[in-house]
Every structure is written in C-alpha cells, then in structure tokens.
Design a protein around this ligand. Sequence first.
Ligand SMILES: [Zn+2]
Length: 71
Amino acid sequence: MDNKMYCNVCGRELYVKNGMLLEDAFEAKKQWGYFSRKDAALHSFVICEDCYDDMVEKFAIPPEVTTVTEL
Ligand SMILES: [Zn+2]
C-alpha cells in the first residue's frame, strides 16, 4: 500500500512507491519551541521541485548552494 504524498503548495500528487518518494522534493519539519507562538507544535510539509524554485525566487537572499559529491 502506497502512502500518498502531495505538494503542500500546489497540491500535486508526488510519485511515491513502497513508501519511497521517487521524485525529489523539499521535505520540511519544524518543531516549534518555547520562544515561538506555536506551543511546541510540529509542522511538516512537502514542496515539489517546481514550487521550491518559485519559492526561492522570492527570497531576498537566495539559498546557499554547495555541491555534494557523495550522496
Ligand atoms: Zn508543487
């Protein structure tokens, strides 16, 4: 049984097989802490590559990019 995963921004279903994400996507998890207004809530979402590109385009300072030679 495959768990469906969706891009949280555009709602597109991502390609998942045997619980494994078969396309690359940005997966975010944030446990908000004591100094936040979110009362220790854990927030998580997935952003597909197209939406990720759109998102970082709006950044005032672009993300730091380093090349990883060994995955
Ligand atoms: Zn998307």
